[in-house]
Ligand binder design. Structure first.
Ligand SMILES: Nc1nc2c(ncn2[C@@H]2O[C@H](COP(=O)(O)OP(=O)(O)O)[C@@H](O)[C@H]2O)c(=O)[nH]1
Ligand SMILES: Nc1ncnc2c1ncn2[C@@H]1O[C@H](COP(=O)(O)OP(=O)(O)O)[C@@H](O)[C@H]1O
Length: 195
């Protein structure tokens, strides 16, 4: 049984901010019934964001406490806010059974690959610079944050060759369909290998 759990897959959605990673990931996750593992963040929730659904929104003090306790297996600072993944959340989700998905920047994707090896499948989601800029503006994200994210656009794009798969995201339904098909074949193969 524990052998089986050691083979659950970890799908990491990564790519430039505004490329549509969260939208695509949540749609694929719902379609395939896989569990999302959510990061802890010190930034304030944006309108419409839900605590425990988009992030665990916590105070910098609580973040420091988790950090001091060694809870984060990986953490980053982006635009002055801190984001981290608690190892026990990943372990718990995998233990419950079933594959999981996460949405991370390239540093997080790289860190998870280092930790979990072949079980990690990195899905790179991308759109051109202008499109990601327009999408972020439409979301009402602060112009300074958009500018800072755009400064990181090339860095984010350079991570594409390291990912197991890459998908452009213009027609949302098409992107979700393509990725769902790809992930389904991973999940089926994983099941067959267990038989
Ligand atoms: N490495 C890492 N990146 C994260 C984590 N949580 C979120 N991120 C990424 O850090 C960036 C945070 O910027 P933010 O503007 O808040 O992005 P958003 O939440 O995707 O709108 C995004 O690229 C996130 O995907 C995490 O735990 N680890
Ligand atoms: N294919 C698409 N076509 C048009 N808008 C999209 C598409 N994919 C995502 N969006 C929108 O773009 C914005 C950014 O998407 P989001 O999933 O938050 O991106 P990311 O997680 O990469 O920052 C959201 O408002 C989302 O609804």
């Amino acid at each position: 049984m524990s052998e089986q759990k050691d083979r659950e897959l970890i799908f990491v959605f990564t790519g430039p901010d505004g490329s549509g990673r969260k939208t695509v990931a949540d749609s694929v996750g719902t379609t395939l019934g896989i569990t999302k593992v959510i990061s802890y963040a010190t930034r304030r929730p944006r309108p419409g964001e839900v605590n425990g659904q988009d992030y665990h929104f916590i105070t910098p003090e609580l973040y420091d406490q988790f950090d001091a306790d060694g809870d984060f297996i990986e953490s980053v600072t982006v635009n002055g806010n801190r984001y981290g993944l608690r190892g026990k959340d990943i372990a718990y989700s995998l233990k419950k059974g079933g594959s999981i998905y996460l949405i991370l920047n390239h540093e997080g994707a790289h860190a998870l690959k280092d930790m979990y090896g072949e079980r990690v499948v990195r899905l790179f989601i991308y759109a051109d610079r202008r499109t990601v800029q327009e999408r972020q503006a439409q979301e009402g994200i602060d112009p300074d944050i958009i500018k800072s994210n755009l400064d990181q656009y090339e860095t984010a794009i350079r991570y594409q060759p390291r990912c197991e798969h890459a998908f452009e995201n213009y027609d949302l339904a098409h992107t979700v369909f393509e990725i769902s098909n790809t992930l389904e074949s991973y999940l089926e193969r994983n099941l067959e290998e267990r038989d």
